[in-house]
Design a protein around this ligand. Structure first.
Ligand code: URA
Length: 436
């Protein structure tokens, strides 16, 4: 028998929680013995007071053990995944999973839905008619074994304590807490039975972490806790002060993925992030012994078409069409109103309010404003020009995809307002900030 308010009180007063108190809190999350108000208070107490590394490790393990823990004894090669803290236009998971599996690792990827202004990998996959993001665990394991890769959505039984805590954090202004983010991400990743993990910690105006110090602290926390749990983990801090790639929106990002894998179009910053993360995954699983040898392997599976073919097979195995790579729009819905966003004056695109662009996609119903809401996969932006581009008045700086004129107009205004044009050439942040 434990009393929730006594555990909350201890954390509120800045005390270090005992392992038993943490186990009780996680038990309370799963059983409901902590009601929503008590979970919210506990999240706020942790947000305000922080946690010692030992407490974060205990919280992570307790949340991991709150549901299924998958293992892969049948696989003869390393099991690796990457996780991103979330951004706008971040479709790296698709390229990465296909590339790294083509190079010989197993990539069972359990992905999330959109959150706030950020898009979700599972939502993007659901743009494809028939794609099933929730197969049975036995199908998930079979496909991973046969193809080397399967990307699915988080199941109800994987870290259910995180599911409840996350939902409450989302509505109690307690998301941006390093101990809570660490435990949330790693409870799910450790439950997936990985040998190695690469974290993409985003920093900038479209990310959860707005400055490099906070991003570094989060990256270090995740790397320490994961390595301590026996998962070989590295973090890469990447820039989110502009949309990654040239699209933002579910189906449009799947189309950009196809163009990337087939070599039709590879936006340079997207390519750099993909290669850096893929290289780290290959080195951490001993498939490559240096960045140079990793890059050779990556280049080979991209130019030979092996990664594109594998991605296509995975789509088909999970219920999608058999020719997605060749005819992506045959199995996705296009928006009915497509309009150009024009530069209002001559100048360099010098800043992007990336979060606002993500929210413009949400405003077109490309993301959710309430839990479980149905979304419109067809909406978003494409032909997004990167920061530093010099444009003339009237040049196209992006295109909006919407399903009625009014929505398209609003989104156009929001996009224009999110971009700053200036006379002088801006200094562009490198896309890779730091490796931890
Ligand atoms: N992603 C998660 O899964 N959890 C967090 O707390 C933040 C990002």
């Amino acid at each position: 028998m434990y009393i929730p308010q006594e555990i909350i009180r201890a954390k509120r007063d800045g005390k270090k929680l005992s392992e038993q108190q943490i186990l009780n809190f996680v038990d309370g999350l799963v059983t409901g013995k902590f009601n929503d108000a008590q979970v919210g208070s506990m999240a706020m107490a942790i947000f305000q007071q922080g946690m010692h590394t030992e407490e974060i490790v205990q919280l992570t393990h307790a949340m991991m053990n709150s549901g299924d823990v998958i293992s892969w004894p049948e696989l003869d090669k390393p099991v690796v995944d990457k996780h991103s803290t979330g951004g706008v236009g971040d479709k790296v998971s698709f390229m990465l999973a296909a590339i790294v599996a083509s190079c010989g690792a197993y990539v069972p990827m359990i992905s999330g839905r959109g959150l706030g202004h950020t898009g979700g990998t599972s939502d993007k996959l659901e743009s494809i008619n028939g794609f099933n993001v929730q197969p049975s665990i036995s199908d998930f394991k079979r496909i991973t074994k046969e193809l080397g890769v399967a990307i699915i959505s988080q199941t109800d039984n994987l870290a259910p304590a995180d599911k409840r805590l996350y939902g409450i954090r989302d509505v109690t202004a307690t998301v941006e807490s390093i101990p809570l983010i660490t435990a949330s991400i790693l409870s799910k990743k450790l439950a997936a039975g990985l040998d190695a993990l690469v974290m993409d910690v985003k920093v900038g105006n479209g990310a959860m972490m707005q400055n490099i110090d906070d991003a570094t602290a989060l990256a270090k926390s995740i790397v320490n806790v994961a390595n301590d749990a026996g998962v070989n983990t590295q973090a890469i801090i990447t820039d989110m002060n502009q949309v990654l790639g040239s699209t933002a929106g579910n189906a449009l990002e799947m189309k950009e993925t196809v163009d990337y894998l087939t070599g039709k179009q590879r936006e340079p910053r997207l390519h750099q992030v993909t290669c850096q993360l893929a290289s780290a995954m290959l080195i951490n699983t001993n498939i490559a012994n240096s960045h140079e040898s990793a890059m050779e392997k990556i280049d080979h599976v991209l130019t030979s078409g092996k990664a594109a073919e594998l991605f296509n097979q995975m789509i088909a195995e999970l219920g999608g069409p058999t020719d997605f790579i060749d005819n992506p729009w045959e199995s996705m819905t296009k928006a009915s109103v497509i309009e150009d966003v024009l530069a209002s004056e001559h100048g360099y695109i010098s800043a992007m309010q990336t979060r606002d662009i993500g929210m413009a996609v949400v405003g077109m119903k490309g993301g959710r404003i309430a839990n479980g809401q149905k979304i419109d996969h067809s909406v978003g932006f494409d032909r997004i020009l990167p920061l530093g581009t010099l444009v003339n008045k009237g040049d196209v700086i992006a295109r909006v995809h919407a399903n009625d004129k009014n929505t398209a107009n609003n989104a156009k205004i929001q996009y224009e307002q999110a971009c700053t044009l200036s006379d002088s050439q801006p200094e562009i942040q490198p896309v890779i900030h730091k490796i931890i």
